[in-house]
Design a protein around this ligand. Structure first.
Ligand code: RP5
Length: 170
């Protein structure tokens, strides 16, 4: 953990374009908490609060966040714009939209032109959870406590399959 992260207790920033994204993003928050990853969460919008987005990018650098998980739906320019404002790695979660089922969110994140990357995850709850697990895996390369909890999480996940009555022991 860096000096700044130790001071603030925040290793990962989590942002979402609207309060309506919370249901999707809560899976990420629950996993970060379970894995003992320090995080902060904010509603920030590329089109409703563009100024805040720029200052959040600077804040993420100043506080040395390991990454930012950014969830948004529709024309989901939040992760791309945030990545433009900061060198902190941005993990994009496409939230499932009503009109196009999240295809719009996915394509607007994954098709970033070369130069400003957004690591894009699956549409919806699975993407939110995997973004948190990915952030934890990166932190685990240097943070032994997170590594131990992530290994335990994965071992429990494996055990749950082995304990399933449909598992035939092969
Ligand atoms: C995006 O527009 C948000 O990320 C959200 O997924 C979508 C709809 O927002 P609301 O109209 O529900 O606030 O900016």
């Amino acid at each position: 953990m860096s000096e700044e992260q130790q001071k603030t207790g925040v290793q990962v920033g989590v942002v979402m374009g609207s309060r309506s994204d919370y249901e999707t993003m809560q899976g990420a928050l629950e996993l970060l908490a379970r894995l003992g990853v320090g995080y902060e969460v904010r509603v920030l919008s590329a089109h409703r609060t563009p100024g805040l987005l720029a200052s959040y990018g600077a804040r993420a650098e100043r506080l040395n966040f390991a990454c930012i998980i950014a969830g948004a739906g529709g024309a989901a320019h939040l992760p791309g714009m945030l990545a433009a404002f900061t060198r902190v790695p941005v993990l994009g979660v496409p939230v499932q939209s009503r009109a196009l089922s999240g295809q719009d969110s996915l394509l607007s994140m994954v098709q970033m032109p070369a130069g400003v990357p957004v690591a894009t995850f699956a549409i919806g709850a699975a993407g939110a959870k995997n973004a948190a697990l990915f952030a934890a895996a990166v932190l685990a390369t240097t943070d032994e406590a997170v590594r131990t909890r992530l290994d335990a999480f994965r071992a429990a996940q494996t055990q749950a399959v082995l304990d399933d009555p449909f598992f035939d022991g092969q």
